[in-house]
Design a protein around this ligand. Structure first.
Ligand code: ADP
Length: 413
């Protein structure tokens, strides 16, 4: 009996302890939020007078001054600008911590965003004789929906550091496609440099606010140690991740993976349906037709599927020729969009098999339109020779796609 009473007492104690801990946690979180709000408000207030200081120093430097006075003013201007940057960083971090950052969702061009950042850094890089490499995978789409300003800020920080910590060699930005989920594509950015690198033992503290690798580099290169902390918070707010690899003395690479909403080019992408399309359908109802897309590249597959759905067609997909053959044996499909180079069985061999009655597909004479990245002379001929009906070169324009589909569906009916 005593044992049972003891147990009840233990549970009561535990509950009390949990409650006390929760209350303490709530108080700490509230205090942290209050601190962030205070910092956010204060840095905001500091900006206005700082603009006055920097602006006036700027005007003063344009007036007639002795050489010595010019030096004094230049020092005021430089310190003022540094202070404005620090205040801006603190404001950003405080805003993020106080949950006050609202991300924008507007359409932007990936390539223009990168070009803008590189153009800002070009003078500094050129002054140091650094080569800049800009490698955006050509097959990547250009339009996305998201917060271009924040992406710009992240890239400016990472590329700015790359320039700052590199005295010779090159800096580069590479963008490759990652996973596609729903209508989002993960962009994989890597920002590399051939600079001083970061000691292995310091990598873990890079993304912590106000941390710098060592104070001698701080004196040499300047900065507050806030840029990477802000970048990390922003990347995570946008649903992404950031990481780093570095070899001391040889250089560093920062990796950012960011899922961004895909935008099908609205000029060409069927919003609303072009009038030519309405005429070209010759009265057929797209919903009555099923189109099979055979394409191994996840991203291209997604884009084609989106376009076809917008045009009103039903779709099936296959990521290689063998899977396509299986579907064509079992399902009622009216037309095939066929990528040419694919693993397992490429588009040419798949077409040849579809055309042979002994393969057993439901319609050996089904219209097949080739989709290929190669728009070289002779490609179209090769597609036709191997039994395809027509040919579309990437990047696919939605109106052209609609016209070709209509043409071949009408001929087949
Ligand atoms: P800041 O550059 O303003 O000091 P950051 O948060 O951007 O702040 O960077 C923190 C520290 O990380 C830098 O001070 C530097 O020591 C190190 N660091 C960042 N990027 C690089 C790089 N590309 N190469 C070498 N060190 C770097």
């Amino acid at each position: 009996m005593a044992g049972i009473v003891g147990t009840i007492q233990d549970i009561t104690d535990l509950k009390d302890l949990q409650l006390t801990l929760k209350q303490a946690k709530d108080v700490a979180e509230q205090a942290n939020r209050a601190k962030s709000e205070f910092l956010a408000n204060m840095s905001h207030e500091l900006r206005t007078p700082m603009n006055g200081v920097v602006g006036m120093a700027e005007l003063l430097s344009m007036s007639e001054l002795s050489e010595e006075q010019q030096d004094f003013v230049a020092a005021i201007k430089q310190s003022g600008q540094n202070l404005v940057k620090i205040i801006g960083d603190i404001l950003d971090l405080a805003k993020i911590e106080a949950d006050k950052v609202e991300l924008e969702h507007s359409t932007f061009s990936l390539r223009s965003t990168i070009d803008l950042v590189l153009s800002l850094l070009h003078p500094q890089a050129q002054a140091k004789g650094l080569i800049i490499f800009n490698r955006v995978e050509p097959e990547l789409p250009d339009l996305f929906r998201g917060d271009a300003g924040r992406l710009n800020q992240i890239l400016l920080n990472l590329l700015g550091n790359a320039v700052k910590f590199t005295s010779q060699g090159s800096i580069s930005i590479t963008v490759l496609p990652g996973q596609v989920t729903d209508n989002r594509l993960t962009l994989c950015f890597s920002i590399s440099d051939t600079g001083v690198g970061i000691p292995h033992t310091s990598l873990h503290k890079l993304f912590i606010p106000f941390s710098q690798v060592d104070s001698s580099t701080t004196r040499k290169f300047g900065g507050t140690g806030l840029g990477l902390a802000i970048s990390k918070q922003l990347v995570e707010l946008m649903g992404g991740t950031i990481s780093v690899e570095s070899v001391e003395g040889s250089g560093s690479t920062f990796f950012v993976r960011l899922p961004l909403e895909l935008v099908v080019d609205t000029d060409t992408a069927c919003q609303p349906l072009p009038s030519s399309l309405a005429i070209a359908t010759n009265g057929h109802n797209p919903a009555d037709y099923c189109i099979l897309v055979v394409e191994d590249n996840e991203l291209n597959l997604k884009v084609l599927e989106l376009m076809l759905t917008k045009l009103g067609y039903r779709t099936k997909t296959a990521t290689d020729g063998l899977k396509a053959l299986e579907l064509l044996k079992t399902d009622a499909i009216n037309l095939v969009l066929m990528d040419c180079s694919m693993p397992v069985l490429d588009g040419y061999l798949t077409t040849a098999k579809i055309r042979k009655p002994e393969t057993g597909t439901r319609k050996p004479d089904i219209p097949i339109i080739a989709i290929t990245a190669r728009a070289m002379y002779g490609d179209k001929e090769k597609c036709i020779q191997t039994g395809m009906n027509d040919y579309l070169a990437k990047p696919i324009n939605c109106t052209e796609l609609a016209d070709k589909i209509n043409l071949w569906l009408n001929r087949a009916s």
